[in-house]
Design a protein around this ligand. Structure first.
Ligand code: BEZ
Length: 212
């Protein structure tokens, strides 16, 4: 069954390139990004996993752990990691789940039989510290993902969880935000948005990013 926003991310135990993990325990109090790729020793995946390694400090600054998955075995992962490090000029610094028995892929509905019976699609799940799924993305095998966009969504999620704003089209950290429609009381507006706000339409009110 497909995983929907707000669902508890299914827990599992798995072998990874960095040893056995219990997923929820491994996540601890962090945010998490679980992403699948079709197979080891494939070109697009090689570039993606290298890019994620280079962004490790960006994820850490956002209290976020990353973990990859494919349906290949640990030995295969270890050999491929050497290639990723060599070709992408980096060092893979996060675990890759070895899901040979497809246990995790099935739990997270990462195999789409009309795309491939055997390979995982490019799924992304962002999971909050409450273990709830905050974002799902599905890309085809032929299209590498944009992990800068994943960081952008993390920034939005982490902002909007603690301030009464949402983020508009193409927003990036530091840009103005929209005030959520549920806030209408003028006193509440004044106390929550001391930097002020602009009423463009009654339903479209912009304010400087509250935590900047
Ligand atoms: C790749 O990662 O390069 C890839 C994997 C499966 C199908 C097509 C491309």
């Amino acid at each position: 069954m497909a995983i929907r926003l707000g669902d508890i991310a299914p827990d599992f135990t798995a072998q990874t390139s960095e040893g056995a993990i219990k997923f929820h325990e491994w996540l601890g109090d962090s945010w998490g990004i679980l992403f699948s790729h079709p197979a080891d020793y494939t070109p697009v995946c090689t570039t993606e996993l290298g890019a994620v390694a280079k962004l490790k400090s960006e994820f850490s600054q956002r209290n976020t752990k990353v973990i990859a998955l494919s349906v290949d075995a640990v030995d295969s992962h270890h050999g491929w990691i050497k290639d990723i490090n060599e070709t992408q000029k980096t060092s893979v610094n996060y675990p890759i789940i070895a899901d040979s028995d497809r246990k995790v892929s099935d739990l997270y509905d990462m195999i789409h039989p009309n795309a491939s019976d055997t390979l995982t699609v490019r799924s992304v799940f962002i999971i909050g510290p409450d273990k709830k799924v905050k974002l799902t993305l599905t890309y085809p095998a032929s299209t590498g993902r944009n992990f800068e966009e994943i960081l952008r969504v993390l920034d939005s999620l982490q902002l909007t969880v603690s301030h009464s704003v949402a983020t508009p089209v193409n927003w990036k950290d530091g840009d103005d935000c929209v005030i959520v429609p549920s806030i209408q009381d003028p006193k509440e507006l004044a106390s929550k948005f001391p930097k002020g706000y602009e009423v463009i339409k009654p339903y479209l009110r912009m304010t400087p990013q509250p935590n900047k």
